[in-house]
Design a binder for this molecule. Structure first.
Ligand code: ATP
Ligand code: MG
Length: 340
């Protein structure tokens, strides 16, 4: 049964994976409305439940083994469904083992450092799952679409030249390789939304008072740069899907399908890691075993009741006029009469 599930998950995520080294044209290669034909929404509920139960089990083992960590990078265009995906996929796991970090426009302090600094500070520890809600990939997406962001990064002149994006791709690949070599698996999910579905979601955010807060003027402005973003995403996916940290393009027009897919990729990652509960060594086991008869400590003697003890020798009374220092009673108080 377990093997069947494992195989099913591996098959399910195959078409979502960006083959390392392939050249991606997002619009042509990945359909945001894809739903693996055989799936209906009601099948999805069951699958998501299975996925979250598996995740909870694997997360507990990951924490117990305490040698590996997992970093999930979530990227999407506005209204792509990052928040909902995190909420649903992680619904069954122990919150103590998960750390979610969101990345917005960098602060003055962050701009005073190299561009990977703020991401490195939020990496998960061993045994943890870290989720980046937006990630270091913003550095080759929004920063590329709006190059004025690069100017704010106070880079030296020679670091801003024409090759800056290729250099960043290389640096990001190297950084992820370093992480993976040191026990941290990087899982990269791009929630791929169609332009039409984004329009529908924006309208809902505008129309429904309880969703108003999710909409901002910046979202509408960014939508005008749709084609630039598609190009930046295509180049980023082509350059940074690697054997050690491949990209998965998650069809995001159907929220339920996006959640199942994201859960399946994460479950697959943990299955591959296969963390195990550590076993107790014979030494540790031995230290908790009941002691043998010979090594058993002797029972402490019960003190005799005072009535049965021989009478204590009474100290001799020193004459009140003489100092008692020489009689072995140095500790006794010398009682001398006060001079008349
Ligand atoms: P929500 O779903 O709530 O809208 P969000 O992730 O879109 O969440 P916002 O506060 O709306 O959060 O937007 C954050 C903004 O920060 C985005 O427009 C994003 O492009 C921008 N941002 C993130 N990283 C960088 C960066 N390194 N440089 C410049 N802008 C960045
Ligand atoms: Mg936003």
């Amino acid at each position: 049964m377990a093997d069947e599930r494992v195989e099913r998950i591996a098959e399910f995520i195959k078409p979502l994976r960006v083959k390392p080294g392939s050249k991606v044209n997002l619009g042509k290669d990945f359909d945001p409305g894809y739903k693996a034909d055989y799936l209906k929404k009601k099948d999805g509920v069951e699958l998501l439940k299975t996925g979250t139960a598996m995740l909870a089990d694997y997360q507990a083992r990951l924490a117990a083994q305490d040698t590996h960590g997992v970093l999930v990078c979530l990227q999407a265009l506005d209204a792509g469904g990052k928040d909902g995906t995190i909420r649903h996929v992680m619904s069954g796991v122990n919150p103590q083992g998960v750390r979610v970090s969101g990345f917005k426009v960098p602060s003055a302090e962050e701009l005073d450092h190299d561009y990977l600094w703020r991401y490195a500070r939020r990496l998960p520890a061993r045994g943890e799952i870290g989720i980046f809600n937006r990630s270091h990939y913003e550095e080759v997406l929004v920063v590329r679409v709006h190059p004025e962001n690069l100017d704010r990064q106070k880079l030296p002149k020679e670091a801003k030249g024409r090759g800056v994006w290729d250099r960043r791709y290389r640096e990001i690949n190297d950084w992820e390789r370093y992480l993976s070599d040191n026990g941290f698996t990087v899982v990269k999910l791009f929630l791929n939304l169609s332009k039409e579905e984004q329009r529908i979601r924006f309208l809902k955010r505008i129309d429904r008072p309880e969703k108003n807060w999710k909409f901002s003027g910046a979202d509408a402005r960014e939508r005008r740069r749709w084609d630039d973003y598609q190009k930046a995403f295509s180049e980023m996916l082509s350059a940074t899907s690697t054997d050690w940290a491949p990209w998965y393009v998650i069809p995001a027009d159907r929220k339920w399908f996006a959640r199942i897919s994201a859960g399946a990729v994460l479950a697959h990652t943990l299955i591959e890691l296969d963390p195990k509960y550590p076993t107790v060594s014979p030494d540790t086991r031995g230290s908790c075993a009941p002691p043998s008869a010979s090594s058993r400590p002797r029972r402490p003697r019960v003190p005799l009741p005072t009535r049965m003890l021989p009478p204590m020798p009474q100290p001799r009374k020193a004459p009140a006029t003489r100092a008692a220092t020489r009689t072995g009673a140095a500790c006794r108080v010398q009682r001398t009469r006060p001079p008349r």
